[in-house]
Design a binder for this molecule. Structure first.
Ligand SMILES: [Zn+2]
Length: 259
């Protein structure tokens, strides 16, 4: 690991079969390598003039590090399904010859907000793989950006509905990721809410509650609804939605109890 604060470094030595370079994207083809890349807990704020490759001394290239691969004719992400199980999409640097990877790179709003807009457009057009890709990049580059987590959760949830994994374990892992992104969206709300941020906070809590009810995770659903109803500046439509979900939750609770 690199001793410099804020960057995650990975030096693998030559392993061309595990990586492939296409334009500005370095595709990671190896599951163990993909799983070893930890998603950052905080965005990089420091200025980026990276040290050269510790192995060969050459400057590192700015690249997107990704497990996405190419989208096949089916519209699903390629790369042998690695993307679906281990999504990695982050802006960083690499020395491709030595397989040195470094991330995340500092990203500005001017760079990332268009990616979020593109993700929303993909989601509306039901291009779920491309939507997930945009939002994954957002949450890797800007962890704690609530709207990014919420959009990512929405895209993952759409996949869970429309293209659910065949086996139960994979379905469970996907559902856990939806839930994790919703929880991150809730956790990354600012402590002082203005009306605009309060609307987003309420939307995050309502989405979490709705998903938890679907997954029969009833106590966390009740908790999210209560938190929503306690938010300042709560809009009437959102209050009404919270109450409707609360009534539905009670019906689900009774039917679970009768089983
Ligand atoms: Zn190198």
């Amino acid at each position: 690991m690199c001793p410099r604060m804020g960057f995650l470094d990975k030096v693998l030595g030559r392993s061309p079969e595990r990586l492939s370079l296409d334009g500005g994207v370095l595709t990671i083809r190896d599951r163990a390598l993909a799983e070893s890349l930890q998603r950052p807990a905080k965005p990089t704020l420091g200025d980026a003039s990276p040290e050269p490759c510790p192995r060969c001394g050459q400057p590192l290239r700015e690249l997107v590090l990704s497990t996405f691969g190419k989208v096949g004719a089916s519209g699903r992400a390629g790369n042998d399904g690695l993307w679906l199980e281990v999504p990695v999409e982050t802006d960083g640097w690499a020395c491709v010859d030595c397989a040195t990877l470094r991330f995340p790179r500092k990203m500005t709003a001017a760079e990332l907000l268009p990616i979020e807009e593109a993700g929303v457009a993909h989601l509306r057009a039901k291009r779920l793989a491309e939507a997930e890709r945009c939002f994954a990049r957002l949450v890797w580059d800007w962890p704690g950006y609530s709207s990014g987590h919420l959009n990512y959760a929405t895209a993952l949830r759409e996949r869970l509905r429309q293209q659910p994994p065949q086996d139960e374990a994979a379905r469970g892992r996907l559902a856990a990721r939806v839930r994790e992104e919703l929880e991150r969206a809730v956790a990354s709300q600012p402590s002082k809410l203005d009306p605009r941020s309060a609307r987003l906070a309420a939307y995050a809590q309502l989405s979490l509650a709705e998903f938890c009810i679907e997954e029969l995770s009833l106590e966390p659903a009740a908790h999210a609804l209560e938190a929503c109803l306690n938010l300042p500046h709560l809009e009437e439509t959102q209050r009404a939605r919270a109450r409707t979900l609360g009534e539905y939750l009670e019906k689900v609770r009774e039917s679970v109890a009768r089983r």
